[in-house]
Every structure is written in structure tokens, then in C-alpha cells.
Ligand binder design. Structure first.
Ligand code: GAL
Length: 817
């Protein structure tokens, strides 16, 4: 397909449209095809998420891809009314992402397509449009099985836009805003605009660009703060011009990450004028910030050193699947921020554009990443199949779309690629991709995440920033791995730092620690980090991992071990933990399950204990203390039941039923306080935390009574009646006194009244294989989640009820406005 040709530099390499009109005689592309029996859907839409999950030992789609039916072909059809008054305009279909191998026909004519499911693309509908009548759009997507190491989602899972412009218009992603010489008092803002003339006559245009300040919601405020000098140019018929200009802005409000800085945003608004008449306006969001990458000291944003407290995030939104929803993504970022997280690596593919709008507005620092594989495959049907034809257009399109986002600070063009193993040949592939990125954006550094390549190999010579996955802490260093043929690596930070004194090092993946919320297994490892095994943090019969937060994948490390290793290597600029939220697919160590165990927050968005371990270290000024485990162990009376405490304090005293079990202090490179000899008696555990000798905060955990009632709370009680907004409602099982009962898994039934619908339910259990669309859900260790959505244009009161057998039922009201 020639749809990517704008992103292929060498004309000889551009793609040629296939002869004739392939697919033109297929019934689904015809205007008169009767689609009345087809399902009516709204975009964004993920056709695989409703399931059912594929159960049993040999599913067609395995645990790796989430046991959901993502494979196969789907068709989408939509009728477009294009009025006669649009004749002469250019009409585009802008697709934010289609999973995958998208092909589009309009009125039976092949328009184009794009194979890689994560990239955004534009198709020109103009030549195929019938002005003043009904137009039939038909969209085919084809998802191969074994295409990813996680759940990819399926279908038109991001927004699709119809864009109408004057034939003379700002091109697709046609502006580049860069900033330099930045201080509190002044900044230089450079603007480049590409203007396309799709018409048959030459045009003379003027381009007027003003800059507006944006508010926290991303809306422009007040009058323009400055205007660029007017640009004038002739644009020859069928061609493009690129115009450049710059201004100096006094007293710029800088963009930077909270809590120490503010993510102030601006937008350029470009108006094209022809004979004095406005023919196009184009808005570009940007931020003004200086970045410095210092190999010894790390990353500086506006001259302040910012240690990257980052997480990796996959693109699915849990029970909502891959179908993008702004509120669901915003909620994830809010929860991550509460933990002290300031950076996100989008693993291993570009996110929805609205997600970068959120990171821009909220002030997260982002690694924007494009590939999990190059020429060498990881799964039989991954990107390697199309790498020769599509690596250039995909890489350039990715950078061109996102290069104005201030939150993006590093481009990553590969994760743990097979080319790590092919020396010079692999490095040559890397260099080719590196050059594409740099040609599109010379202002930002690049990285590749390496879990194998060593400092004396050719690959790390290529990227600007060294990205290490797990190698910093060392891989499989314990005795049990001696003699294994799998990767074994001594700790690498010092070795890479010595070899590349001019490159910043980032841990692009750390930890891969595992746990299941609310599950505690005994005995508890004395080591600070242990691979999961049956009887050592894991139980393969129930497919759960202990929440003592000491257990990791074989090649990973516990949180405590990573913290220690990073503090011993202060030149490392930060870490991106594998990972933030649990995601669909890749349920290591139990492939019977549907979703990961490595998140610090479970798939439903409930915090695991690990969340608090990160919070204690990443958010040190927040007085907090977390005790684990829960204290409901009737079968352990008289048995040793270790108690661990995560706190932002430096010392704590533990009491069991009023009796002190001693005060403990964190030693250097210690991140938890542990009382490993506590003998279980029901009652009350209380911890009093201290910081610098002063009382800091305290916390109590009590043995609860029997399950008695349900209790519902919502993340937001007011939502907007736009048919998109969501409320995430948590239902707890409590005892008579309102205490959560930790080990209850009662079945809960949800119902709804008023202008809203139940979109999905979940409980965060990786091994729960009930369809997300079910209105019933077993609680998992006391909690369940129901997600409701407003109805478009129908404000009013929504009532959600939850009941469970003889337990006292609960109801909650959500106002849709
Ligand atoms: C890494 C990989 C991630 C994920 C993780 C799981 O090696 O880059 O995509 O698979 O391991 O532990």
C-alpha cells in the first residue's frame, strides 16, 4: 500500500498501489450490502475484550495474549454523508490506530491501509468521495494469532476522524515547534510549518501564527501571548512548502514535572490566509522546557535534577481492553502519581494520542517507544514480517506525530530486540532506525532497551542513552542458576558507565516482581529477593503469588534489591519498573491465567502492597505506613506469621494487642522493616512510625469479623453525560463494623438504573476467567470493581446496586451532568 509514502525518503523505495481495485467486488465494501444484522458499535472499540476467555490447557489464543479471542478478521462499515458544499475540499480519514493490517475502501474503491496496529495514519478519501450523497466506508482489520507477547486488542480500538480541509492546508502533523535558549526570563521558539496544496492551481498564501497559554484542561486562555512574523509563500499545485520562523518569548511559563515544577503548556495557532481570507487553522500544543542529559548526574529538567521514578505501561485498560478511553487512562495516571511516579515508558509501542495529551497536561516524563521486534521475531506473526517495507514509514510517522509533546523526553526504537545477538549486523539495523528518528527529530535523545547486549558489543554504540533491562542489578546471579543456559549477567551499571562515560544510563526495566493482591503465602523468604517457586512465594495450584513483595521473575529482582542497587549507582538517571498496572496477557509465572502479576496495581486498579513500597521511597515527604499481611489467620494461631512494614519514616515500633514487639530502624540500603518472628494471635496490629526521631504516622490492622455487608465507593460521583465518561465503583465486603474482610470471595451481582450502563466488572485476580462484560463477579480478597459509563446527552441520576446472598446490599448514586 502506498499509504506510508510520505514517510519514505527515497522515491525508489516507495510502495506501489496494487493493480486494479483489489477487494472492489467484495460484498462488504458495496453501498447496497445489507448490514442491518451487523452489531452497532461506537468507537473506540475492541472486539475481543468481551471474550469469552479461552479456558483449558490448549487454548487457541494462549495466556500470553490474554486467552481472549483476538485473532481473525473483522469488518467495520459506516455511511458518510458528504454534502455538495464540500466539493473541492480535501477529505481525509485520520486513524489513531487500528489493530491490525487495516485496509479501507470507499464506495467500493480501495483507498489504502496500514499494517502496524499501534501507529496513527491518514488516508486521502478525496478521489473516491461522492459529494452530495451517501458514501460507504468499509474497513477490514485482520489480527493474526501469535502476533504479540501480550494482549494486543482488536479492531478500531482508537479514535477515527473525518478531517475536511481546504485543498491548501497545513499538512498532516505539519508543524514542528522546538524551543531553545530557555531561562525563566526568555525562550526562543522555532516553528516550521508544512503546507500542502492538493489543488490543481498554484496558491499564494500567508501564514499567521499566534501563541496562546493553555490552562490545566488544555484549553487556551486569554489573548495571544505573542505572534510570529507573517510568512508568505507560493505553494505550487500538487506540492508542499516548508516555512520556518521564530520568536523570543519573554518570561515563559516553563513545562516541568510536579511536585517541584508545573506542566505549563502553550499552543501555536496557525491561520492560513489566501487573498486575505482564512482557509485553514491548525493548533499545536507544546511546552517550553530545557533538558540536559548528564552521564554522571542524570537528567535535568529546567536545571533541576529529576530522578526518573518511572513505570512501564502496556496499552490495555484492564477490563475495558484496548479500546481507548480518556478517563480510564487518566485514572491510571492519577493512581501512579499518588505513588510518587513521575515517568512512563510506553511499552513497547506508541500510545493513543490522547494519552500523550494527558502526560503533557499532568507533567509525566515519557519514553515513547515503537518496536518490540525488528527483523528477528519474538512471536511468529509480529512486526518482523513487515519490517523490510514498513520500518521506515512506521518509525518516521511515530516521531512526526509525537515530536511536539513536551512530556516525551526520549525516543526508544527497540525493546530487547533479537538484533542484540547479531553484533555488527544488528547494530547496522539499529543505525538505520536511529537515523530515521534523528532526521525527524534532532532535538531528543534515543534509546534501545537492552537485556542482553553488553558494553563491548556494537549495539550500545548506536543509541544516545543506554537503556538497560534488569542488567543493572544483574540477572540470575543466585547459585541456583549456575550452569543454566539462560542469560546470566553480573551487575552492569559500573561496566557500562566506564565504557560509555558520555552516555546517560537509564534502567528501562527493573524488578518484574510478582504478587497477587491480598494473597500471603508461608513460609516467607529470608532473602530480600527470590525467584518465585512453589513453596517460595508461589502456589501453582491456585495460580497466585505472595504479597510479601520479595518475589520476582527469574531474571528480575525484588523492589528492595533494585532500590539498593540504584542508590549505590547515583549516576543512573532513574528506573522504569516492570510494571505499573497489571495488563492483559503475559501472566508469568502462571500461563493458565489471563493477566500479569508484575503490576504494582492490579488489573482492576486496586493497589497491591508493592504500591506502598514504592510510595514509601518515591514519595518520602508523605507520612505513610503500610502493614502486611492482613490479620485474619484463624488457622495460624500460635504460628510464626511475619509482619512487614513499608513506611516513608525511618523507624517504627510494632504492637500486637497492645504489647510492643520492638522498635526497628532502617539500615542503609534497607527499604522495609520486618518482624519475622511474630506469633499470630487475632486482634490488633499497630505500628507507630518515626522520622528523624519524631513521630511520623501510625496505622492499625485488625482481625475482622464475619462478612456482613457490601460497601460501595466511587472514584468520581459526578461524571459528564457524554457517553464516554466513566465512574469506577469499588465494592468491599465488610464486617458489622465496616472493616474489610480480607479473605472473602463472595459472588456479587450488580445492577444499574438511570442513564448509564455497566461496561465491565473485574476483581483484579489474574486467574479470574469470567468475561469482563458479566454483571456478576466473585470478589477477590474482599474487593470487586464495576465500571459504569454515562449515556450521551442524557443527564440524570444513575443508581448502581450490588448484592451478594445474605450480605447487606449496597447502592451508590452517580450524577451524570
Ligand atoms: C521483559 C520484557 C517485557 C516483559 C517483561 C516481563 O523482558 O521487555 O516486555 O516481557 O520482561 O517480565
Amino acid at each position: 500500500m502506498p499509504s506510508g509514502n510520505d514517510f519514505i525518503k527515497d522515491p525508489a523505495k516507495r510502495h506501489v498501489r496494487p493493480e486494479g481495485n483489489p477487494g472492489g467486488d467484495f460484498p462488504y465494501v458495496q453501498l447496497n450490502f445489507d448490514d442491518s444484522s451487523w452489531e452497532k458499535i461506537n468507537l473506540p472499540h475492541d472486539w475481543a475484550i468481551k471474550g469469552p476467555f479461552q479456558i483449558g490447557p490448549n487454548p487457541e489464543v494462549g495466556g500470553g495474549m490474554g486467552r481472549l479471542p483476538v485473532n481473525g478478521v473483522a469488518w467495520y462499515r459506516k455511511k458518510l454523508d458528504i454534502s455538495v458544499s464540500d466539493a473541492g475540499k480535501s477529505i481525509f480519514l485520520d486513524v489513531d490506530g487500528a489493530m491490525s493490517y487495516a485496509i479501507v475502501w470507499l464506495n467500493g474503491q480501495l483507498v489504502g491501509g496500514w499494517p502496524y496496529g499501534y501507529n496513527s495514519f491518514r488516508l486521502d478519501l478525496t478521489p473516491f468521495i461522492k459529494f452530495g450523497g451517501e458514501n460507504q466506508l468499509a474497513f477490514r482489520v485482520d489480527n493474526p494469532n501469535h502476533s504479540a507477547r501480550w494482549y494486543p486488542g482488536a479492531g478500531l480500538y482508537r479514535n477515527v476522524w473525518l478531517t475536511k480541509t481546504n485543498p491548501v492546508h497545513v499538512g498532516q502533523w505539519g508543524t514542528t515547534v522546538t524551543t531553545k535558549d530557555i531561562s525563566k526570563t526568555s525562550a526562543t521558539i522555532n516553528l516550521a510549518i508544512t503546507i500542502d496544496n492538493d489543488s490543481k492551481t498554484d496558491a499564494t498564501i500567508e501564514a499567521v501564527t499566534e501563541i496562546y497559554a493553555l490552562d490545566a484542561e488544555g484549553k487556551s486562555t486569554g489573548k495571544a501571548v505573542i505572534r510570529f512574523a507573517t510568512l508568505k509563500s507560493k505553494v505550487i499545485a500538487g506540492e508542499s512548502v516548508k516555512l520556518e520562523t521564530s520568536v523570543i518569548l519573554r518570561n515563559p511559563k516553563l513545562w516541568g514535572p510536579p511536585p517541584t515544577q508545573q506542566p505549563n503548556l502553550y499552543a501555536t495557532v496557525t491561520t492560513l490566509l489566501q487573498s486575505g481570507k482564512s482557509i485553514d487553522t491548525y493548533e499545536t500544543r507544546f511546552g517550553i522546557r530545557s533538558l540536559e542529559f548528564n552521564p554522571d548526574k542524570g537528567i535535568f529538567v529546567n536545571n533541576e535534577r529529576i530522578f526518573l521514578k518511572g513505570v512501564n505501561q502496556h496499552h490495555d485498560l484492564g477490563a475495558l481492553g484496548a479500546a481507548f478511553n480518556i478517563r480510564a487512562a487518566e485514572r491510571q495516571l492519577e493512581i501512579l502519581r499518588e505513588m510518587g511516579c513521575n515517568a512512563i515508558r510506553f511499552a513497547h509501542n506508541p500510545p493513543a494520542p490522547e494519552l500523550l495529551e494527558l502526560t503533557d497536561r499532568m507533567g509525566f516524563l515519557v519514553i515513547d517507544e515503537i518496536f518490540d521486534s525488528w527483523e528477528r521475531k519474538k512471536t511468529p506473526h509480529d512486526f518482523h514480517l513487515i519490517f523490510p517495507e514498513w520500518s521506515e514509514p512506521d518509525t518516521r510517522a511515530f516521531v512526526r506525530r509525537d515530536r511536539n509533546c513536551p512530556s516525551v523526553i526520549i525516543w526508544s526504537f527497540g525493546n530487547e530486540v533479537g538484533e542484540q545477538y547479531t553484533d555488527e549486523a544488528g547494530a547496522a539495523v539499529a543505525k538505520r532506525l536511529y537515523d530515521f528518528v534523528k532526521e525527524e527529530d534532532p532535538t531528543r535523545p534515543t534509546t534501545i532497551a537492552m537485556n542482553y547486549a553488553k558494553s563491548d558489543m556494537p549495539l550500545p554504540l548506536v543509541p544516545d542513552v543506554i537503556g538497560l533491562n534488569y542488567q543493572g542489578e544483574g540477572i540470575r546471579q543466585s547459585l541456583e542458576f549456575e550452569g543454566t543456559e539462560r542469560i546470566r549477567t553480573a551487575p552492569q551499571y559500573d561496566i557500562f558507565h566506564a565504557k560509555f562515560p558520555n552516555k546517560v544510563i537509564i534502567s528501562t526495566e527493573t524488578a518484574s516482581a510478582f504478587s497477587s493482591r491480598g494473597i500471603y503465602l508461608f513460609p516467607v523468604s529470608k532473602e530480600i529477593s527470590s525467584p518465585v517457586r512453589d513453596g517460595r512465594g508461589g502456589d501453582s495450584k491456585i495460580c497466585q503469588v505472595s504479597s510479601y513483595e520479595l518475589y520476582a521473575v527469574d531474571f528480575g529482582s525484588s523492589v528492595d534489591k533494585v532500590f539498593g542497587s540504584l542508590e549505590r549507582h547515583p549516576f543512573v538517571a532513574g528506573e522504569f519498573v516492570w510494571n505499573g498496572f497489571d495488563y492483559l496477557g503475559e501472566p508469568t509465572p502462571y500461563y493458565e491465567a489471563r493477566s500479569s502479576y508484575s503490576g504494582m496495581i492490579d488489573l482492576a486498579g486496586f493497589k497491591k502492597d508493592r504500591f506502598y513500597l514504592y510510595q514509601s521511597h518515591w514519595h518520602p515527604e508523605l507520612p505513610m505506613v503500610q502493614i502486611l499481611p492482613h490479620w485474619n489467620w484463624p488457622e495460624r494461631v500460635g504460628e510464626v506469621t511475619p509482619v512487614h512494614v513499608f513506611t516513608s519514616g525511618d523507624e517504627a515500633e510494632l504492637f500486637l494487642n497492645g504489647k510492643s514487639l520492638g522498635k526497628k530502624k532502617k539500615e542503609e540500603y534497607e527499604y522495609r522493616l520486618r518482624w519475622d518472628d511474630v506469633v499470630y494471635q487475632p486482634g490488633e496490629l499497630k505500628v507507630v512510625a518515626y522520622k528523624n526521631g519524631q513521630k511520623w504516622t501510625e496505622e492499625v490492622v485488625k482481625t475482622s469479623g464475619e462478612a456482613f455487608a457490601l460497601k460501595a465507593t466511587a472514584d468520581r460521583n459526578d461524571i459528564s453525560a457524554d457517553g464516554k465518561d466513566l465512574s469506577f465503583i469499588t465494592v468491599q465486603i465488610t464486617d458489622k463494623d465496616g472493616l474489610m474482610v480480607p479473605r472473602t470471595n463472595n459472588r456479587i451481582e450488580f445492577s444499574i438504573e438511570g442513564p448509564g450502563e455497566i461496561v465491565a466488572t473485574d476483581n483484579g485476580d489474574s486467574y479470574n476467567l469470567e468475561s469482563f462484560s458479566s454483571h456478576q463477579r466473585d470478589a477477590f480478597n474482599g474487593l470487586a470493581l464495576v465500571i459504569i459509563r454515562s449515556e450521551s446527552g442524557k443527564p440524570g441520576k444513575i443508581t448502581v446496586k450490588a448484592k451478594s446472598g445474605s450480605l447487606k446490599e449496597t447502592r451508590i448514586e452517580i450524577l451524570s451532568k
